[in-house]
Write a protein that binds this ligand. Structure first.
Ligand SMILES: [Zn+2]
Ligand SMILES: [Zn+2]
Length: 388
């Protein structure tokens, strides 16, 4: 559904053409052209409201304050500092903190607990379930990033909607739910890979490369090690390497998260949990931070290791071997996400936020990096409630 043509890394037509080429196939599928949002200049005169009522409505404010704040409703989304209460999209370290009360999907709550948020009081929401919050309604939708990862939809008093993407990807994966993109007036989206050069190769191609790289290493009596995040990437590799004919060992941090996956109905073929001093026969999955540990040096002494990073940043090249498998959306998928939301205003955050916002503006959309957002609503519209 989301297959878009591979775009050139650079071309002689410049950025605008690259974007338009990326958008065209999706529009063609739906049998209509890409619609620029109506501005004063493009409103047909017959439908232009009289008496100056053509003024666009004031959209819901959203601010970056060490995390995302929706000030009208005193609502924190993925705050980086401990708050009395917050919504958390997923359990990666840059999104979860140990807040007093956390509103999250059941799998995210379980991952956070497994990662040490023992004192937090969790309130879990099923997909699409609404919770009332200081006059607004908040609900979660799958983001396709890792198991339980959520987009957060805020519906204001006047029916206006704000959508925060959290980390997301559009392709399907065995280690996450498939994304469902709700429509919204205002969108805050992550733009980690917001440059046209970040177009990921076909998923199965990358997986085939990884499988044959492991087989070749083992045939040469080497031990392949795949550096991968313990939440998401590790489980996707585990699923993809099943049936390759060699044993798979995972680091204990990976194993802890695999157990949470299993509790939520996503189980994997048998694997070993790596123990220090263990003699490895197949492939090892662990995070790159393991290179700093004592056991890594011991392992290097006893095994002929051959390692590779599994990360979207592998597209940038570099000295070490890398496989371009990402749990984030590539450039065309970021554009596709914007199109699916039907947003009137897009705020970008993470990675190439300024660059991607500039590309959207070149397409006629109202977009800016979230770091530039300011409060527009008067104070008397702010919530009188302090939250929980
Ligand atoms: Zn993440
Ligand atoms: Zn993140």
């Amino acid at each position: 559904m989301f297959a878009l043509p591979q775009l050139p890394v650079t071309n002689r037509w410049g950025i605008k053409n690259i974007i338009q080429r990326a958008l065209r196939p999706c529009c063609a599928r739906e049998g209509r052209g890409y619609q620029k949002p109506l501005s004063k200049g493009t409103l047909p005169s017959l439908t232009r409201p009289k008496y100056g009522l053509e003024k666009p409505p004031i959209l819901m404010d959203v601010l970056y304050r060490g995390g995302i704040l929706v000030p009208q409703y005193d609502l924190w989304l993925d705050p980086h500092h401990t708050r009395p209460a917050a919504f958390v999209t997923h359990a990666h370290a840059d999104h979860m903190k140990k807040h007093g009360h956390v509103y999250a999907s059941p799998a995210t709550a379980a991952m956070m607990l497994a990662r040490g948020a023992k004192r937090t009081k969790f309130h879990t929401l099923e997909w699409g379930e609404q919770v009332a919050w200081n006059g607004a309604y908040v609900s979660l939708y799958p983001a396709g990033h890792v198991l339980g990862s959520s987009q957060i939809l805020v519906e204001g008093r006047n029916g206006q909607k704000l959508l925060y993407s959290g980390d997301f990807k559009m392709r399907e994966s065995r280690a996450s739910e498939t994304i469902e993109v709700p429509q919204a007036d205002v969108v805050v989206m992550e733009t980690t890979f917001g440059r046209p050069r970040y177009e990921f190769p076909a998923h199965e191609e990358v997986m085939d490369d990884i499988r044959s790289w492991c087989r070749d290493a083992i045939a040469q009596k080497r031990t392949p090690v795949l550096f991968s995040y313990s939440l998401g990437k590790g489980q996707e590799l585990l699923a993809a390497l099943h049936g390759c004919g060699f044993p798979i060992a995972v680091h204990s941090a990976h194993a802890k998260i695999c157990a949470v996956y299993a509790e939520h109905g996503v189980s994997f073929a048998p694997y070993d949990t790596f123990e220090e001093g263990q003699q490895l026969e197949g492939v090892l999955l662990c995070s790159k931070q393991c290179m700093r540990s004592k056991w890594w040096h011991e392992l290097q002494r006893t095994h002929r290791l051959q390692w590779a990073n599994v990360s979207g940043w592998a597209l940038d090249g570099g000295h070490s071997r890398g496989f371009a498998l990402s749990d984030h959306a590539g450039y065309s998928d970021l554009l596709e996400y914007v199109r699916l939301t039907g947003a009137k205003k897009v705020w970008t955050t993470h990675g190439f936020d300024a660059e991607f916002a500039a590309d959207l503006r070149a397409l006629g959309l109202d977009a800016a990096p979230l770091s530039q957002s300011k409060k527009t609503a008067p104070d008397d519209q702010l919530s009188l409630f302090a939250g929980l």
